[in-house]
Ligand binder design. Structure first.
Ligand code: HEM
Length: 331
């Protein structure tokens, strides 16, 4: 179809306007956003995370997961922190079951309200705490752009979009694409499972009710037999709550061993194993263990920054800076 000169110019203008709007929205997130308005903001968050980790190191993976669950649902706006008396906020969705770390964000926020009231958003505290959690488990250190504002809604059903451990590789890819992230981001960010644990709840279906030919159910035949036996020993039938490392043999250290486990069929949850099931994602796993080995940590950090900018609210017109992270402001 031929496009007239005027139509082409109008189209070009519309594209530029659109890109401009995106540019403004993204452009306002910046490293050191609080350097004048609350100079100790980042150090205060780091100290709160460190304090919490001194008492309970397992809080670090929890904080990393918290940012994922914030950003994938209506953007990185701290909507996951809202608590509701009627149990109908995002956090009440079963996909957010077992989410932890909110108290660490609350503690950092309380200190920041003493230092510089009404300045630092809860969404930024989540992003900074996740960044610190990566560093404190031995992963890369990196700058996190800040300047997010807190959102004004938090609805239980919004969290339905969170990916599920039982999702196929294509559903996982679509879910990341819907958030503006590509296959490489999917592989890199899933590698966050290099730290932390899962409840047997998310493993049991792979062990006991995987659909087999002839209408039978049993163990997923793609899992090596010795590993099935190991997982069954840790998660006997009916045990939903015992926790086991997501990254077999290396749950406390941020490293690339999760990618090795995925490549060798030793992924614990099905969504991790699924990365080995598509050519595109398997090639990326292989690359980070081979030719691109040296760039895994740097690329992971960059992917965290991309995830951390999903739907961020910036500027002065939308959102708010909450007084407390668990509730919307009342005035
Ligand atoms: C690709 C889609 C993903 C799925 C289906 C998924 C699923 C899960 C599941 C089922 C658990 C165990 C939860 C529990 O039993 O408490 C878990 C834990 C975890 N997830 Fe993911 N996840 C995904 C992506 C991510 C991303 C993108 C990140 C961060 C960048 C992340 C970070 C974590 C961490 C650190 C843990 C351990 C939490 C802890 O030990 O408390 N996950 N994930």
């Amino acid at each position: 179809m031929a496009v007239s000169g005027a139509a082409a110019a109008a189209l070009a203008m519309a594209v530029l306007l659109f890109l401009g709007i995106i540019g403004v929205a993204r452009g306002q997130l910046q490293v050191g956003f609080y350097s004048d308005s609350c100079p100790d903001a980042e150090d205060t968050v780091t100290a709160a995370v460190q304090d919490a980790a001194n008492n309970d190191p397992t809080i670090l993976p929890a904080l990393l997961r918290l940012q994922f669950h914030d950003c994938f649902v209506k953007g990185c706006d701290a909507s996951v922190l809202i608590r509701s008396a009627s149990n109908d906020a995002e956090v009440d969705n079963s996909k957010n079951q077992g989410l932890r770390g909110q108290d660490v964000v609350d503690a950092a926020k309380a200190q920041l309200e003493d230092q510089c009231p009404g300045v630092v958003s809860c969404a930024d505290i989540i992003a900074l705490a996740a960044r610190d959690a990566v560093a404190l488990t031995g992963g890369p250190t990196f700058d996190v752009p800040t300047g997010r504002r807190d959102g004004l809604t938090s609805n239980l059903r919004d969290a339905d979009v969170l990916p599920d451990a039982a999702d196929s590789i294509n559903v996982l890819r679509s879910s990341f694409a819907a958030a503006g992230l590509n296959d490489r981001d999917l592989v890199l960010l899933t590698a966050a499972h290099t730290v932390g644990t899962t409840a047997c709840f998310f493993v049991k279906d792979r062990l006991y009710s995987f659909p087999l030919p002839g209408g039978k159910a049993g163990s997923d035949p793609s899992i090596p037999a010795a590993f099935v036996a190991e997982l069954k020993a840790r998660c006997p039938p009916g045990d939903f709550n015992t926790r086991l490392p997501l990254d077999r043999g290396s749950e406390s250290d941020f490293d690339d061993s999760i990618l090795r486990n995925i490549r060798s069929g030793l992924a614990v949850i099905a969504s991790d194993a699924a990365l080995a099931n598509s050519n595109a994602t398997r090639a990326l796993v292989d690359a980070y263990l081979g030719p691109a080995a040296g760039s895994f940590e740097r690329d992971f950090a960059a992917a965290m920054v991309r995830m951390g900018s999903i739907g961020a609210i910036t500027g002065d017109d939308d959102g708010e800076i909450r007084d407390v992270c668990s509730a919307f402001n009342t005035n």
